[in-house]
Design a protein around this ligand. Sequence first.
Ligand code: AMP
Length: 190
Amino acid sequence: MNIVIFGPPGAGKGTQSKFIVNKFKLYQLSTGDLLRNEIKNKTQLGSKISSIINSGELVSDKIVSNLIEKFISKDIYKNKIIFDGYPRTLLQAKNLDTLLKKYKQKINIVLKLSVSLETVKKRILERQVKENRADDNEEIAVKRYQTYEKSSEPVIDYYRQSNLLKVVNGEAEITEINSEIGGLIDTIKG
Ligand code: AMP
């Protein structure tokens, strides 16, 4: 089973991914974490992307596609991936389908966490205190939310058309969201 978790910054994608990883024994593939690692490790790619990430824009589709292929191609992750923060554009969604097909896999469910801009701002400011992420401040949070709004619509339509999309209320308590998501995944597992 492969899962896509989708939603604006601060929607709780990371928190819910960790819950799903533990409950269903999957692996979390967070493109945001992979990109932040590149910056932390001061790689060539890291120096190229840090200003893009810190301005709240998206890095290029090609860069993230290369990162995720490294993951999808490994046998241990086969049909056990939760894609956290990927795809974020229609091109990435189509690319993900192509890559999964190449490695004889598919997406089984797309979970969209819906939250308002007000909640996003509040959560991001809380996270800034805990995790000290360079892109977690109010101004960049609003920018990231706007970037999400702009690029996500076609992705949502794409998954709605393929009947994979499930919308989850990301405003609810963490445990409530856990159980809603758990139930949805149980249904598709059969
Ligand atoms: P996240 O941790 O998912 O909020 O991602 C942090 C930042 O990394 C985003 O604001 C983007 O700049 C970049 N990023 C993460 N995933 C992607 C993606 N799939 N496509 C483009 N940029 C991404």
